[in-house]
Design a protein around this ligand. Structure first.
Ligand code: AMP
Length: 405
């Protein structure tokens, strides 16, 4: 029997998300999430997607001391559905790894040497890479015979030209500390830009696309002929668009000013900019649904937060139109991009000279399918293209293990 299943793991510092997919038809067999790993009470939510129990959530509230215990519990849940991780049908485990630096431009089978390199990148991704490493080691212990494939969030952006990736700071200092723009959400930007080309009936090599990944984290990318040429996140995911809790772009001197004038430590400023800024900092709320509800009630603070969010988004659409020269499509994706029609409308309003417009009726349609929402006359297609990072990770992992068979 040829193994066709891929388990996708996305390990956070205290969480573990997973999906089991069958790559013959890309169907999901099960998915779930373990939260609050290491806390007093953790929660495992498992949903089988096949058989009699399909769609019936099973929730366990108990303590999982670490990722090892969490994954063992996930394995038991899968086994109860007849999908045990000891199954010969499992082809590989695909891991989302946030930072692959310059070295990893493609999915990679994890070896000791690869793991050491991911570890060497911890200083540039202190919040994410340690959790990803833990996830890989835990999965290795469970199935040492199985290929573990690392799929990097930064990989799609390694094609950025040097002039887009390099900050205008002293070259020696930058190189000594590996300071440059890496970009993130690459798996999503890759998936969505390809899907957008397909929606236009073209090959990715034939089209230029601006991808707007607007979730709680948010980033934009300029993709020319299938290759990323610029993206809004930088050394870390802090740069660029206004996000749920991150500031995005700001004058770096704000940091020195806060140190000097407010007496804040670098840790405090880090927390301020990553966790207490963006929409939360501006109006105390990062859920776009709630922000829209407050605006409808006449809340001025929520309205200003929305305007700041949209203003930044427009600046990036304009910048990437200039970077690409010719734009075939602008694709909205992730939680906000896929669901918030007012954000899509506001983002393109006033950009008619760039060829952008949305049709109000098409924009208001709710669907899980990729779709065009611009009127027929528009020069640039505006599209809503749901992202699927798990499917993309599964694809990349599966293709890699099949190639090496
Ligand atoms: P993500 O990080 O891609 O899961 O996106 C999460 C964000 O999407 C939430 O914080 C909300 O702001 C936004 N979101 C989710 N559903 C909706 C919706 N129906 N309308 C507007 N915004 C939404």
């Amino acid at each position: 029997m040829t193994p066709t299943r891929i388990l996708v793991l996305n390990s956070g510092s205290s969480s573990l998300k997973y999906q089991l997919l069958d790559m013959r038809d890309h169907s999901r067999l099960a998915l779930g999430l373990v939260e609050k790993i290491g806390e007093q009470t953790s929660a495992l939510t498992h949903t089988p997607l096949l058989g009699e129990d399909a769609g019936k959530k099973r929730v366990h509230e108990t303590r999982f001391a670490d990722h090892d215990e969490a994954l063992q519990a996930v394995a038991l849940e899968l086994a109860a559905d007849g999908l045990g991780l000891d199954s010969p049908e499992l082809a590989a485990i695909g891991h989302r790894v946030v930072h692959g630096g310059l070295r990893f431009s493609a999915p990679t089978v994890v070896t000791d040497e690869v793991l050491a390199e991911i570890e060497r990148l911890v200083p540039v991704a202190p919040l994410h890479n340690p959790a990803n490493i833990t996830g890989i080691k835990t999965a290795q212990a469970l199935r040492p015979d199985l290929p573990q494939v690392a799929v990097f969030d930064t990989a799609f952006h390694t094609t950025m030209p040097e002039y887009a990736a390099r900050y205008a700071i002293d070259v020696e200092t930058a190189d000594a500390h590996r300071i440059r723009r890496y970009g993130f959400h690459g798996t999503s930007h890759a998936f969505v830009s390809r899907r957008t080309a397909a929606l236009l009936g073209k090959d990715p090599s034939e089209v230029n696309v601006i991808v707007l990944h607007l979730g709680n984290g948010a980033s934009a990318s300029a993709v020319a002929g299938g290759r990323c040429v610029d993206t809004s996140m930088g050394l870390t995911p802090l740069e660029g668009l206004v996000m749920g809790t991150r500031s995005g772009d700001l004058d770096p001197a704000v940091i020195f000013h806060l140190e000097r004038v407010a007496g804040m430590s670098s840790e405090e400023i880090d927390t301020l900019l990553n966790k207490k800024s963006g929409l939360v900092g501006l109006c105390g709320e990062n859920d776009m649904r709630e922000i829209r509800r407050r605006i409808d009630e006449g809340d001025k603070q929520a309205e200003l937060a929305f305007e700041i969010y949209i203003h930044r988004l427009k600046k990036y659409i304009g910048a990437y139109s200039a970077v690409l020269g010719k734009v075939d499509a602008v694709a909205f994706t992730a939680g906000v991009g896929e669901n918030a029609a007012p954000v899509r409308e506001a983002a393109v309003t006033g950009l008619e000279e760039l060829g952008l417009a949305v049709d109000a009726t098409l924009n208001s349609v709710r669907s899980d399918e990729p779709r065009i929402i611009s009127p027929e006359y528009a020069r640039v297609a505006v599209a809503v293209v749901p992202t699927d990072e798990e499917l993309e990770i599964a694809h990349q992992a599966y293709d890699l293990v099949r190639e090496s068979d």
